[in-house]
Design a protein around this ligand. Structure first.
Ligand code: PLP
Length: 457
């Protein structure tokens, strides 16, 4: 592709993206009505031997790929959680791809490293947390970093290895904690058997008393409490664990507390929602995902730690070929995570935060919270819909008279292509979740979704 073709095609693609961002996928359903293998059948089995024109690539993108996508950024998408993007974020991603830098050391791109440091400071101010931080790809990776930091702080295992260990380390979660913690436990060598899952009640939150009881029971058996995860905004129902009470117990027992606010952290940008951060300063690590609800393209997880040295103790490793003369004066962000090669993610945060301003971001988040409340009110008016809880965040959970009716409604809505919803189970019941948070969301979307639900019932 020569420079002329690149420019021509680039302008055309930007036009296409601009329309997509403004209107969503108007040509078809928000959720593709395709069977497994449908896209595969349209792709040649072998790579092309000779160059193809850029126009062919773009046309095939539009005709083969786009109709097979689930349109996460369409205003009709209410599934899982938002994974929203925005024009400034897309442009920053384009520029980051254009300059194609790798940000593992300060010297591999000084401006990228320093922009990342400053963006984490900005994010910290925006949610009221004074810790230092780093951008990780996902919450899953950030949680693994937290667990490895806790493990290293307690054992020094990086040097001794497992063979030198004579203690069994334990992790504590609730039955609502995201599965990434269990996976981190496997990767870090704890094993499923050493992840203690505390049962929740109808509130879906961790019971601090059960946590302390579990510590005591484990200690009595010679097991070592090491790591607790509290969640602010659980995946199923956006429940909020009592972080302050959990932190107090963890502190008393010398156990690392990690707070996962992957979705809900963004809501703490609002002064009226800042209470979500209560207790977080007493924890040891914290994460939230701007790639979920802060208009920043996937991937971008903001990971904060009270003691960066604990993270670096677990992660830093400097072979000869990576040593530089600036190592004492500058941060090498590879020391703050698992990867060596790192994407230039700070640029999209810089563009998003400056383009909206904190106030602009707050207005959007407030709108999403208002939409959730309005939708919950509508649910309350229907005799066959039953609200699980008044929404505090952006997600509304409701059930129907029976599980079968709920399943049928969800299937009908998704097949209609007029909306996309997902489900969970709460206290054994099939529950439909509606998650608000699109960048281009409008209050009218609530009425449109309500009409779709009633049509599909
Ligand atoms: N933690 C919570 C509370 C989540 O809701 C999710 C995503 O659903 C995750 C962690 C995992 O996020 P990621 O995809 O960034 O690893």
């Amino acid at each position: 592709m020569d420079s002329q073709e690149f420019k021509h095609l680039g302008y055309e693609m930007i036009d296409w993206i601009a329309d997509y961002l403004e209107n969503g996928y108007q040509e078809g359903p928000v959720f593709p009505n395709v069977a497994p293998g449908n896209t595969l059948a349209q792709l040649p089995a072998n790579p092309p031997q000779y160059p193809e024109p850029g126009s062919a690539l773009f046309n095939d993108f539009k005709s083969i790929i786009v109709p097979g996508l689930t349109h996460w950024n369409d205003p009709r998408f209410f599934g899982y959680f938002p994974c929203n993007n925005s024009a400034p974020s897309v442009l920053a991603e384009l520029l980051a791809a254009g300059v194609g830098v790798n940000t593992f050391s300060w010297i591999t791109s000084p401006a990228a490293t320093e922009l990342e440091i400053r963006m984490m400071e900005w994010l910290g101010q925006m949610i009221g947390l004074e810790w230092k931080g780093v951008i990780q790809d996902t919450a899953s990776s950030a949680t693994l970093c937290a667990l490895l930091s806790a493990r290293e702080a307690m054992t020094g295992i990086n040097f001794t290895g497992f063979a030198g260990q004579n203690q069994t380390l334990r992790v504590y979660v609730s039955d609502q904690t995201h599965s990434s913690v269990l996976k981190a436990g496997r990767v870090a060598g704890f094993g499923d058997a050493n992840v203690v899952t505390l049962k929740t009640d109808a509130s879906c939150t961790m019971n601090p008393q059960l946590l302390e009881d579990a510590f005591k029971a484990d200690l009595a058996q010679g097991l070592t409490p090491c790591f607790v995860v509290a969640t602010v905004g659980t995946t199923s129902s956006t429940a909020i664990d009592p972080v302050e009470a959990i932190a107090e117990i963890c502190k008393r027992y010398g156990v690392w507390l990690h707070v996962d606010a992957a979705l809900a952290g963004t809501a703490a940008l609002l002064p009226e929602m800042r209470w979500l951060m209560t207790g977080v300063p007493q924890a040891d690590s914290f994460l939230f995902n701007p790639h979920k609800w802060m208009f920043t393209n996937f991937d971008c997880c903001a990971y904060f730690c009270k003691d960066p040295l604990a993270l670096k103790k677990a992660m830093a490793l400097t072979p000869e070929y990576l040593k530089t003369q600036h190592d004492l004066a500058a941060e090498n962000l590879r020391d703050w995570g698992l990867q060596l090669g790192r994407r230039f993610r700070a640029l999209k945060l810089w563009f998003v935060i400056r383009s909206y301003g904190v106030e602009g971001l707050q207005q959007k988040i407030r709108l999403h919270l208002q939409m959730a409340k309005e939708f919950a009110t509508l649910i309350g008016t229907h005799s066959h819909f039953h609200l699980i809880q008044e929404p505090v965040l952006n997600t509304v959970c409701f059930k129907l008279d029976t599980d079968a009716l709920g399943e049928a409604l969800l299937a009908a809505v998704n097949a209609s292509g007029e909306a996309f919803l997902t489900h969970t189970r709460i206290e054994g019941c099939y529950v439909i979740r509606v998650s608000f948070g699109q960048t281009g969301a409008k209050v009218e979307d609530v009425a449109r979704l309500w009409a779709t639900l009633n049509r599909c019932l």
